[in-house]
Design a protein around this ligand. Structure first.
Ligand SMILES: Cc1ncc(COP(=O)(O)O)c(C=O)c1O
Length: 390
C-alpha cells in the first residue's frame, strides 16, 4: 500500500485500532511510528518570524502557527505594563535587578546566574555566537527548534543533526554518540518543538549529568510550564548542583507575552558572562516587558487557567482529527503535530485561503501539519476549514 492509500484507509485503521494510552482513548500510533526516521528532506527550517511575513494581509487569519497563547497576558501583568509606560523615559536598570532577584529566589540560584533578554531568541543567537567563538561543534536534534543550530551553521559552526527516535522524541543515546572532544554544546528542546513530545525526566537528567562532564548541555524549556509540575521536570536543579548546564525559558508561551518580549537563561556565572558578551541583551530590555514579567512570574492561578484551557482545546483538536481519520503525535505542549496527505506548502495555502494559519513540516518522507492550540472558537474555525480539505 502506498502512503496515499494508507491515509485513505486510515479511517478504517483507526476504527479497528483505538487503544487506551495514558488513560485516554486515542488512535494507535503504530502506523506513524512505522515511518522510518531519516534526516532526508527536513533541513529547511523557517522561523515563525519569517513564516509570519509570508502571511496574506487581506485576511483576518486565525493564528495557529506560532504557538502563541491566544488568551494574552494576565490582568496583573497587563496592568503593570500599562502603568509602567509613564516610566518609559527611563532606562530599566532597577527593574532588571528586581526581576532577576525574583527568579533567583524562586529557582534557588544566585542573581549572577541569570541573563534576561527581550525574548529567549536573543540568547539562542548569543549561544550560536559563543559556539562559533570557541570553534566547537553542536549536537542538535532534527526536527527540533533549530533557531540556534541553524544560525550557528550559517556563521560557520559544525552542527551534528541527530534524527528523533521512533516515538518522535529526542534520541538521547544517538545524541550522546555524536559528542566528541570538539563538541561545545548539546542543544535539547524539551518538550520538543515541533513534535510536542517530551523526554522522561529521569532519562534526561541522567543524560545531562553524564554529558555535561564533556560539554555544555543547553536545555530549552520554552514549553515546560505546560506540564502539571514544571519544577519537577526542569533541569534547573542541575545548574544549582554546579553542572555545565544552561536552561532557557521564555514568557512568550504560557505567560502570553510573545509580543512583549521577555526571556531568560540560567547557567553558571561563567557561562552567563559569556552569553552576556555575545547577546548584549540588557541594553534592549524595556520597562514595559520587565514590569509585566515581574508581575506574571509564577502567577499560579493564571498559569493554571491557561493550562486548563489549552488542554481543553487540545482534547477538542484530538477529537476533530480522530473524526476525520487522522493520527497525531500526543502533545505535552500548546501545539499538535499530525501527518497530512497533501504537500505541506499546499496544505498551508489551502488553510490560509480559509482564514487559518498553520505550519507544515516535511520529515521521514512525510508531510506534517503543526497546529497551535487556540481558543475553542479558534479550534472550531480550524475544524470547519480542515474538514473542507481533509
Ligand atoms: C523551543 C523554543 N525556544 C525558543 C523560542 C523563542 O521564543 P521567544 O524568542 O519568543 O522567547 C521558541 C519560539 O517559538 C521556541 O519554540
Amino acid at each position: 500500500m502506498n502512503r496515499k492509500e494508507w491515509f485513505k484507509n486510515s479511517g478504517i485503521y483507526l476504527a479497528g485500532g483505538l487503544s487506551i494510552f495514558s488513560g485516554e482513548i486515542m488512535p494507535r500510533l503504530k502506523s506513524i511510528n512505522d515511518i522510518k526516521i531519516s534526516l532526508k528532506s527536513s533541513r529547511k527550517f523557517v522561523s515563525d518570524f519569517d513564516f509570519m511575513r509570508t502571511m496574506p494581509s487581506d485576511k483576518n487569519i486565525i493564528r495557529l502557527m506560532a504557538n502563541e497563547n491566544p488568551w494574552g497576558p494576565s490582568k496583573r501583568a497587563t496592568d503593570a505594563i500599562l502603568s509602567s509606560v509613564k516610566e518609559g523615559n527611563r532606562y530599566a536598570f532597577s527593574l532588571i535587578d528586581n526581576l532577576k532577584t525574583k527568579i533567583a529566589k524562586y529557582e534557588n540560584i544566585s542573581f549572577d546566574q541569570i541573563i534576561l533578554s527581550p525574548g529567549s531568541s536573543n540568547i539562542l543567537t548569543g549561544a550560536a555566537i559563543y559556539n562559533y567563538q570557541i570553534g566547537g561543534n553542536i549536537v542538535a536534534a532534527e526536527p527540533s527548534y533549530s533557531d540556534m543550530p541553524d544560525f550557528a551553521e550559517e556563521i560557520g559552526c559544525e552542527v551534528r543533526w541527530v534524527p528523533l527516535d521512533s516515538e518522535f522524541k529526542l534520541d538521547l543515546d544517538a545524541m550522546e554518540k555524536n559528542i566528541d572532544e570538539n563538541t561545545s554544546m548539546i542543544y535539547i528542546c524539551n518538550p520538543n518543538n515541533p513534535t510536542g513530545t517530551k523526554l522522561k525526566t529521569s532519562e534526561l537528567r541522567d543524560f545531562c549529568i553524564r554529558t555535561s562532564r564533556y560539554t555544555n548541555v543547553f536545555v530549552d524549556e520554552a514549553y515546560l510550564e505546560y506540564q502539571d509540575n514544571p519544577k519537577a521536570e526542569s533541569m534547573i536543579d542541575l545548574v544549582n548542583k554546579g553542572l555545565n548546564i544552561t536552561i532557557l525559558r521564555t514568557f512568550s508561551k504560557v505567560y502570553g507575552m510573545a509580543g512583549i518580549r521577555m526571556g531568560y537563561a540560567v547557567s553558571s556565572k561563567d557561562m552567563i558572562e559569556k552569553l552576556k558578551s555575545t547577546t548584549r541583551s540588557h541594553q534592549s530590555l524595556t520597562v514595559t516587558a520587565l514590569s509585566g514579567a515581574y508581575e506574571a512570574f509564577q502567577e499560579t492561578e493564571f498559569l493554571y487557567s491557561i493550562k486548563k484551557k489549552t488542554s481543553e482545546s487540545r482534547e477538542y483538536l484530538y477529537s476533530i482529527l480522530r473524526k476525520e481519520g487522522y493520527e497525531y503525535i500526543p502533545s505535552s505542549t500548546n501545539f499538535v503535530m499530525f501527518p497530512i496527505n497533501m504537500e505541506g506548502e499546499r496544505f498551508v495555502q489551502e488553510m490560509w485561503k480559509r482564514g487559518v494559519g498553520v505550519r507544515s513540516w516535511e520529515f521521514n518522507n512525510q508531510n506534517w501539519c503543526r497546529v497551535s492550540l487556540g481558543t475553542m472558537e479558534n479550534m472550531r474555525f480550524f475544524e470547519k476549514a480542515f474538514k473542507q480539505i481533509s
